[in-house]
Design a binder for this molecule. Structure first.
Ligand code: NDP
Length: 400
């Protein structure tokens, strides 16, 4: 029987919710490309409840324990004294979320001789040293598409918030002011702007689709080109290089995975290609950007705004400059963990566990690494190597 270690974020400071703002979730039949939603044999949770925090346990306890497995759920994940570090010795499965990642570095993988499955309850498995996982023949799987649309909505929200200067205007209200000129001195319309995405995968295309009705000019760059019909439908301009796209865009959004090819792709050098006063929206991964180069670009005015929800490491230490840099619209990593998304990724996690324990194949679209190589979605979207370097800094975070 297996030990499953599940790292989840803490419950709300006021305690696990006893009731919710809404009584139901909209019914979604399938994802936009026709992929079916997670289909476990059963679920043991109420859709729309808080599943991603420690007490929610992703709704897995009954299922795992009734099959004789041990489930350890913890939010203690960083540093040598963490519960995760202690439990690794005999863990067969580690479940983690990108929002509050259990970094599985090569050192930690070496401390986990029984580890066979690293399961991401969400999308993006860069918190696992994929190179080390390949070398140890550990399967890495994630719940592809579970929160792609949730994130696309956050990108649109952040774009509008930055361009229209929403957050400072809201703050004037909270301060008791009526400072219209202060609010609008940095406020523009999105209409007519050139918006470009780095990567036109599930999130990137959903962002483009949602921004089209705003009367924008849409651009993208990717390793593979979209079908001509999609380019025509959305009126897209394809750019062979990222730099070509940056030159013409008022808003750039990053929607590619973090892997050695994309790490720090936004830096002092590449920021020079941006139009002065461009907005950058990143809900993909914090480490796509050089942290200090972003702060410098906001201070100099090269960027007019930066927003998103992803940081490196996570949780971001209190002195992380993105907390205090000017003109930012940052949140903690929340875009992919709305209550709606939690229901899908909890069901997807259960589906993957059922497949794993019953010896059935995990869906190809959920696979990142299998059999010692990149596989499934991983083979399409990632490059070999490791992007976890520096993750030990997460131990510097102190709860408030
Ligand atoms: P997809 O796999 O659908 O899309 C990823 C896209 O990135 C693919 O089109 C891939 O291109 C492209 N890509 C990979 N490398 C490069 C590169 N070097 N240059 C340009 N494009 C590249 O994934 P999703 O759209 O669902 O998610 C994308 C990322 O967003 C995730 O990997 C994750 O990091 C992040 N994410 C964040 C969440 C949050 O809560 N903030 C939640 C969900 C995801 P190709 O296929 O052509 O190789």
């Amino acid at each position: 029987m297996a030990k499953v270690v599940c790292v989840l974020y803490d419950d709300p400071v006021d305690g696990y919710p006893k009731s919710y703002a809404r009584d139901d979730l909209p019914k979604i039949d399938k994802y936009p490309d026709g992929q079916t939603l997670p289909s476990p044999k059963a679920i043991d949770f109420a859709p729309g409840s808080m599943l991603g925090s420690v007490s929610g346990e992703l709704g897995l306890r009954k299922y795992l324990e009734s099959n004789g497995h041990t489930l350890v759920v913890t939010s203690s994940k960083d540093g040598p004294d963490s519960v995760l570090e202690r439990e690794l010795a005999d863990a067969e499965v580690v479940i983690s979320q990108p929002f509050f990642p259990a970094y599985l570095t090569a050192e930690r993988i070496a401390k986990a001789p029984k580890l066979k499955l690293a399961l991401t309850a969400g999308i993006g498995s860069d918190h696992v040293d994929l190179q080390a996982a390949m070398e140890r023949n550990i399967t890495v799987a994630e719940v592809t598409y579970c929160n792609s649309i949730s994130v696309a909505e956050h990108v649109v929200m952040t774009t509008l918030a930055l361009v229209r200067n929403y957050i400072p205007s809201y703050q004037w209200v909270m301060k008791g002011g009526w400072n219209i000129a202060d609010c609008v001195a940095r406020s523009y319309d999105v209409e007519g702007m050139h918006v470009g995405t780095v990567a036109a995968g599930r999130i990137g295309v959903a962002v483009l689709r949602r921004l089209k009705p705003f009367g924008t000019h849409l651009h993208y760059t990717d390793r593979h080109r979209l079908p001509e019909a999609v380019e025509k439908e959305l009126g897209l301009t394809f750019h062979a290089t990222r730099e070509d796209m940056y030159r013409v865009c008022d808003v750039v959004t990053l929607n590619c995975p973090l892997h050695p090819e994309t790490e720090h792709m936004i830096n002092d050098q590449t920021l020079k290609f941006f139009k002065r006063g461009a907005y950058l929206v990143n809900t993909a991964r914090g480490k796509l950007c050089d942290r200090d180069a972003i702060a410098r670009a906001l201070e100099s005015g090269q960027l007019a705004g930066y927003g998103g929800d992803v940081w490196f490491p996570q949780p971001a230490p209190q002195d992380h400059p993105w907390r205090t840099m000017p003109h930012h619209g940052m949140t903690p990593h929340i875009s992919g963990t709305s209550l709606s998304a939690q229901t899908r990724y909890a069901a997807g996690t259960r589906e993957i566990l059922e497949c794993y324990f019953e010896g059935r194949p995990i869906r190809n679209e959920y696979l990142i690494v299998q059999g010692g190589a990149l596989a499934g979605v991983g083979a399409h979207s990632y490059s070999k190597g490791n992007a976890t370097g520096g993750s030990e800094e997460a131990a510097k975070f102190k709860k408030v």
